[in-house]
Ligand binder design. Structure first.
Ligand code: HEC
Length: 455
């Protein structure tokens, strides 16, 4: 993924230099809604199961979403056994963080009691019960998982996706239409045909930016279709600010009140899309919906990344590590972490490396390419300037990995699924007046009294 950030240049153990500045007020953690559960006799749909579905399943399982709706009894009844099986195996809801490390506010994992309720309900023949026991219906805005967007920005021209083969990254520059500076608290990306989109990234291009200076506006292009050499380089690598990173299964970005991303009036959004041809040609567009901050903004959210792009995974290696690390030049508050690897990725950790050699693991993910999830820290973590952060992942390029496209080849960084990537994205909160580039300016440590050397 050609994503703004700080690429490593050597194989392992390279430092990304960043800077972050001190936060004024504290950034509140997101609370988790209380779970509803009451039970007498065999559990029923309306009384016992529906509250669980509403809170843990319907975000993905409602009309127009990525999977079958589980909203009404009629919709849910035929899946009763499949639902019981999926929760018993803990396959649903999808979640890959190892419970031994970290607490995450977006962890949808069911409690043992909830799992027992669902299994008992399915075993009892999936009774409906009394509709009067049902909790109030949850309303899902059709088409969006975030609340109704204040503004929808849609690519004006669709991209023609081929039926077969592979496609290079496609870009489209879309004016935001923002006539004043805006703070974006929630953002969601929706492709018109989600199955064909491997991933998408939307960058913020402020007015007077020198990035992609001659590239066309409002029409799709690829790096090689650009006439100008600088534009071609700009399309292959950039360090622009990220509005959102989307991949199959990824949820929208939403920050708690007081936290938001900044978009200057007159900015453009640069969409980068990677399509996966699936046997039929199609025209595809993407849209983003944004919700502006209503409460005063106390902290600005910026997305950073630890990247290692110069690894070589040997053929048949079953547990090959790739690492990237860096030190924070200024204080910042860590909000969430978003691992990205491809089909050979099997495990991912995000750690603090202490000076005394101790490792504090903030996130440990049993990585699954199909579900590109992000993990929101239940308690945002204040980090001091100088904190050493490490992202480390392990790859399975062996025959034992059922998703492995080819165990016989050595694998490097590349755009396509059969290549690999290693990125640990993470969001930090910084003071609202700072931007990402100011944040990367390191401030010298306070001077100690100089030592006098004797001649
Ligand atoms: C993050 C989105 C998401 C959440 C949350 C989620 N699901 Fe799913 N679910 C999916 C998708 C997507 C599929 C389609 C199958 C696949 O791609 O694995 C699916 C498939 C299923 C299936 C079909 C499996 C099969 O046998 O084919 C069941 C049953 C199911 N989900 C139940 C649940 C239940 C119960 C919950 C809540 C406890 C839940 N899901 C929460 C996204 C989600």
């Amino acid at each position: 993924m050609n994503i703004s950030g700080f690429r490593t240049s050597r194989r392992i153990r390279q430092t990304r230099k960043w800077a972050v500045l001190l936060l004024a007020g504290a950034c509140a953690a997101l609370g988790i809604a209380p779970r509803a559960r009451a039970r007498t006799g065999a559990p029923t749909f309306y009384k016992n199961v529906l509250p669980i579905l509403q809170q843990r399943c319907q975000s993905c399982h409602h009309a127009g979403e990525i999977s079958m709706p589980l909203v009404t009894y009629a919709q849910t009844r035929p899946y009763a056994q499949a639902i019981a099986k999926s929760v018993r195996k803990r396959a649903m809801p999808p979640w890959f963080a190892d419970p031994r490390f970290g607490k995450f506010s977006n962890n949808p994992t069911l409690s043992r009691g909830e799992i027992r309720t669902i299994i008992a309900w399915a075993a009892a023949g999936a009774p409906a019960g009394n509709p009067r026991d049902a909790p109030p219906a949850r309303h899902w805005a059709t088409g969006w998982r975030i609340p109704r967007p204040d503004k929808v920005i849609r690519m004006p021209a669709p991209v023609q996706v081929r039926a077969h083969g592979i496609m290079p990254y496609t870009y489209e520059i879309v004016p935001s239409g923002f006539t004043k500076n805006e703070w974006v608290q929630m953002v969601e990306l929706r492709p018109s045909v989600a199955a064909l989109v491997h991933h998408a990234v939307v960058y913020i291009r402020p007015p007077h930016s020198h990035w992609l200076p001659h590239a066309p506006i409002g029409v799709p292009f690829t790096a090689s279709s650009l006439k100008d050499a600088q534009d071609r380089r700009d399309a292959r690598w950039n360090d622009a600010r990220l509005l959102i990173v989307y991949a199959s299964g990824s949820p929208p970005d939403e920050w708690p009140d007081g936290l938001a991303k900044f978009v200057r009036a007159g900015s453009d959004f640069v969409f980068q899309l990677h399509f996966m041809p699936m046997g039929h040609a199609a025209k595809v567009r993407a849209s983003i919906g944004v919700v502006f901050a209503k409460a005063p903004v106390k902290c600005r959210v910026v997305t950073l990344q630890l990247t290692n792009s110069s690894f070589l995974i040997p053929p048949e290696a079953s547990n090959f590590p790739v690492e990237a690390w860096g030190t924070l030049p200024n204080n910042a508050t860590l909000l969430d972490i978003f691992p990205h690897m491809h089909l050979r990725g099997k495990r991912f950790e995000f750690n603090i490396l202490r000076k005394n050699g101790k490792v504090r693991t903030l996130l440990y993910v049993h990585y699954n390419f199909k579900w590109q999830l992000h993990y929101e820290l239940a308690k945002p973590l204040r980090l001091k300037a100088g904190t050493k952060l490490q992202a480390i992942g392990w790859y399975d390029n062996s025959w034992n990995n059922p998703d492995n496209p080819d165990p016989n080849v050595a694998v490097r960084w590349g755009d396509q699924d059969f290549d690999e990537m290693f990125i640990g994205f993470f969001d930090v909160a910084i003071p609202p007046g700072e931007n990402k580039y100011q944040f990367f300016v390191r401030h010298p440590a306070p001077k100690k009294a100089a030592k006098v050397k004797r001649p």
